[in-house]
Design a protein around this ligand. Structure first.
Ligand code: 5AD
Ligand code: SF4
Length: 463
């Protein structure tokens, strides 16, 4: 069923303001929060605005339009945006014609409330309404306030080439939305129902990216296992294989997979292609079956460990990472201990670890937030400490080995060093000077000499 986007305008712009619906000469600054999907969405919005004549700027100082692409996954993500809005008042004082908009998941979640609560905000646009941004910005420039938050069952922005401004790595959204309804998660409400892009369109984009000089692409989706190409009934492993075959020189990554449907076919496909990176992010959330049940995750610890064993069997060197939530409603010390145990057993290369944050409208919201904050924090600190130790031990074992790294550019900390990324998604740091004969985008070999829990350091060796 086609959901037609609907715009409900508040104070809609007077007709005779003389404002044209084009951005000729005006400058747009976009700031992105949250996941990689949002980064790719910001590139889509920039492409849409670019078509209307808006120029891209990398600083709010000279911007005529400032858009914040926001995240609503946890309360602290939203608090950060509120703080940022306070800072942006300064720019509005300097330039009264400045237009400020909120895009993304927080816009979708709060809708009209955001316009009511935040005086500075002129427009609120949800993830499926980005085609409306130019019209809403034009109305706002004429003094109107606009909101567009209709979710769609079909919008994939398939026909829009994202405006990628830098780098050698590109994100490519292959599906949008999520139908899993994990009880803690607001995403099914902010990003709507699952829908996939056509396989041919994704493969064409991969080819174009290769021609444009990109060396790595990450296929994105809230839940990539649900990918389905309507025309051919191809599934996600088919899509991955089609991309890997179409651009054999390109490194291919993907995120995020759900453990419930991490199929043998997906693991076999990863193993079959050298250019599919040997790195899997597989969020487990908890090591307690009781909590997994309450979370509606649809798998048991046993199933999860069996999937891990299969991955390790077919791809012994494959790096693994996960997401963990501490302090989900009713979580006991015993549940927490089981999470620690699972993490010790799997020995993840990395993990993203969070305190449970209640989200309105989710099923867990109604369960009550009964684990006191200091206990959530203590459990979080325990999982972080254990994870750092494990990651440090794993990286220590890499010392003496040679890693293949894709050169990304100067390291953030030290200009005399450059950084790259290994196939297994680890940051690799190596010296750089005038004699260095590699450039950004090259694949080099680095002999690892030391490591920390997050990074490998080494010397470049001949290919
Ligand atoms: N509280 C804490 N963490 C959450 N996540 C999603 N929703 C919440 C929440 N309400 C985490 C999950 C998910 C990751 C993207 O964010 O671990 O995998
Ligand atoms: Fe949220 Fe679960 Fe969907 Fe991931 S799979 S986006 S955690 S509902």
């Amino acid at each position: 069923m086609l959901d037609l986007p609907v715009i409900q305008d508040r104070d809609s712009a007077p007709a005779a303001t003389g404002i044209e619906h084009t951005g000729a000469g005006r400058k747009l600054y976009v700031e992105t929060y949250g996941c990689q999907m949002n980064l790719n969405d910001s590139e889509i919005v920039q492409a849409i605005m670019n078509e209307e004549g808006y120029a891209h700027t990398t600083t709010p100082d000279d911007a005529d339009v400032i858009l914040l692409n926001t995240c609503a996954i946890r309360d602290n993500a939203e608090r950060r945006i509120r703080e940022r809005l306070k800072h942006l008042r300064y720019y509005k004082k300097r330039k009264s014609s400045l237009v400020v908009g909120i895009l993304g998941c927080m816009a979708e979640r709060l809708r009209q409330r955001l316009l009511d609560q935040e005086q500075l905000v002129d427009l609120v646009v949800g993830p499926d309404e980005y085609r409306r941004v130019p019209a809403l910005v034009a109305d706002a420039a004429g003094g109107g306030k606009g909101i567009a938050v209709q979710l769609s069952r079909v919008e994939t922005y398939d026909d829009i080439v994202p405006l990628r401004t830098e780098g050698i790595s590109a994100w490519v959204s292959v599906m949008r939305g999520c139908d899993k309804f994990c009880t803690f998660c607001v995403v099914p409400w902010t990003r709507g129902r699952e829908r996939s892009r056509a396989l041919t369109s994704v493969v064409e984009e991969a080819g174009r990216l290769w021609d444009d000089g990109f060396k790595e692409l990450t296929l994105l989706g809230q839940n990539v296992n649900s990918y389905k190409d309507e025309a051919s009934a191809a599934d996600f492993p088919d899509l991955l294989a089609a991309c890997a075959a179409a651009v054999p020189g390109m490194r291919i990554r993907y995120t995020t997979s759900h453990p419930y449907d991490m199929s043998d076919k997906l693991i076999e496909t990863m193993a079959a292609y050298d250019n599919i990176c040997k790195y899997i992010h597989l969020p487990v959330q908890s090591g307690s079956d009781r909590i997994l049940g309450l979370m509606n995750r649809k798998y048991s610890v046993e199933h999860y460990l069996e999937r891990m064993a299969k991955i390790k069997e077919l791809m012994p060197g494959c790096a693994l990472s996960t997401d963990i939530i501490t302090g989900f409603p009713t979580e006991t010390e015993e549940d927490h201990r089981m999470t620690m145990e699972l993490m010790a057993q799997v020995r993840y290369d990395g993990a993203f670890m969070f305190k449970y944050s209640p989200r309105e409208r989710t099923r867990a919201w109604k369960m009550g937030d009964d684990v006191p904050d200091e206990i959530k924090t203590r459990r979080l600190n325990e999982v972080i400490a254990q994870q750092q130790e494990i990651a440090a031990e794993i990286n220590q074992q890499a010392i003496g080995s040679t890693e293949v790294a894709l050169v990304e550019g100067p390291s953030k900390r030290n200009p005399a060093e450059w950084q790259g990324r290994s196939d297994t998604n680890k940051v690799v740091i190596f010296p750089h000077n005038e004699q260095s004969d590699y450039v950004v985008g090259d694949t080099i070999r680095v002999r690892i000499e030391r490591s920390t829990s997050a990074t490998l350091f080494g010397e470049v060796v001949a290919a």
